[in-house]
Structures are given as C-alpha cells and as structure tokens.
Design a protein around this ligand. Structure first.
Ligand code: SF4
Ligand code: SF4
Length: 229
C-alpha cells in the first residue's frame, strides 16, 4: 500500500510540474543478458526502481532544422533544464519518505552520453532502455525511443531510488524495435554522418564527430526531424 501511495505522489508531482510523461522500471531489468551498457546498480547498490521523466520537445524546433540549429539546441537545453527541476523535487520527495534518490543526467546533456565515457560515448546508464522497460515506447532505427504521443521528439531524465514503487507490467512490453521502421528507413537516408545502420545500431563516434567538428557543438537532429512517428 505504501508503495502505491508514494508512486501516486511522485506521478502527481511530475505532472503538476509540467512533465509530459513518467514511467517506472524495475532496476532489475538492467540485469538482463541482452543489456550490455552501464548499470544503475553500479551507481547505487541498493537501487530498486528507475523513474523516467520526460517532456515532449516543441515540433517547431525540429521543423526549422537545419537552419534553426541554434534554436533547436537551445530548445533541447531548455527541456533538460525543465526536467532537472522536476527531478530534483521528486528526489527530495522520495527522501522525505525515508528513501534515497539520485538523478541521472539527460542523454545528450553536458553530463550525459559523449561525456560520461569518452571512448564508448555511452551514458552512465541508458535512460531509453529503462523507458522501454517502463512501457513508454520502443526503439527506432535512429536509436531513439519512439513514444506513442511524441514519437522520438522527447527529452528524458531518470531518478535512481531504493524506494519500492509500482512498476510497469512486463507483459505489456512492446517489440524492441518499432514495427514501422523496416518500411521507412528515412533516418538512415538523411544522416549526414552515415552513423545509423539497418540493424538499429548507431555509431556514436560518427554522430558526435559530425556535431562537434562540423556543427561546432550544435545538435543535428535530422534523424528526429524526418521521423514520421
Ligand atoms: S543526430 Fe544527425 S548525425 Fe547524429 S545520427 Fe542523427 S542524423 Fe546522424
Ligand atoms: S525515421 Fe523511420 S526508420 Fe527511422 S526511427 Fe523513424 S520510423 Fe524508424
């Protein structure tokens, strides 16, 4: 009962503070053999739940690409700033209830992937993978989470906590790769760095080099812009 009440409190806080969606994954999903990235258990040994918070990014930021790259990049940073504030309040709420919480950097932010490990360019842990297990969407060929309401036009952060919370049901999991991708492939065709392959993998080095060496640090976003979902 206590876990249901705390879960509701967290959800209510998230929506009151303008998060667009929230999901909760069992931290044990990162113990699956199919997952090869970094794990939340390496950050917090007692972790039980991964809370994913997300906002939809305004469509105008994508539709004005590539001319509006600075505006697109700034809009992403605004989304990150929004999520940080929501996540901080939820972390405080969890700790008031006697548990522990820490906030995972948004992927693509200054502490997210590209910066967590300079060689692999992988984040400390995959928020997208947690979001998939929380039932928030599945993966596109562009290696982004495809959500029902916002497609890949989302920004997400996550909270690790040892609080026992109500989780998304495992039997509601979607196919890992989005069913519509095999007949589309638009993101593969548009990618100026040739970073996306047909098996759903992304060459992070190629993507990062394009953004830093060619665009001077501004974000590209073309694989999101062309996505029809
Ligand atoms: S952001 Fe740009 S460079 Fe990176 S994968 Fe997408 S289209 Fe390619
Ligand atoms: S652009 Fe097409 S192939 Fe790429 S993620 Fe979107 S639907 Fe899938």
């Amino acid at each position: 009962m206590r876990e249901i009440i705390l879960t509701k409190k967290i959800e209510n806080t998230a929506f009151k503070m303008n998060a667009d969606f929230i999901g909760i994954a069992d931290a044990a999903c990162f113990e699956n053999s199919e997952y090869t990235g970094n794990k939340p258990q390496d950050v917090m040994a007692s972790v039980r739940s991964v809370i994913i918070l997300g906002v939809g990014v305004p469509r105008g930021a994508f539709e004005t690409l590539p001319e509006g790259r600075a505006e697109y990049t700034n809009t992403l940073m605004a989304a990150t700033a929004t999520l940080r504030i929501v996540a901080f309040q939820i972390a405080k709420l969890i700790e008031k209830e006697g548990y522990r919480a820490t906030i995972v950097p948004t992927e693509g932010s200054e502490f997210g992937y590209w910066y967590a490990n300079r060689e692999t360019l992988k984040a400390n842990l995959s928020i997208k993978y947690a979001a998939y297990h929380a039932g928030l969407g599945n993966f596109g060929m562009n290696h982004l989470l495809i959500t029902k309401d916002y497609g890949p036009r989302v920004r997400m952060t996550a909270i690790l906590t040892n609080a026992p919370l109500e989780k998304g049901e495992k039997d509601t999991l979607l196919p890992f790769i989005n069913e519509k991708c095999s007949k589309c492939l638009k993101c593969i065709e548009i990618c100026p760095a040739g970073a996306i392959s047909r098996d759903g993998e992304i060459d992070r080095q190629k993507c990062a080099q394009y953004m830093f060496n060619v665009l001077g640090g501004l974000r590209c976003g073309l694989c999101v812009k062309v996505c029809p979902q």
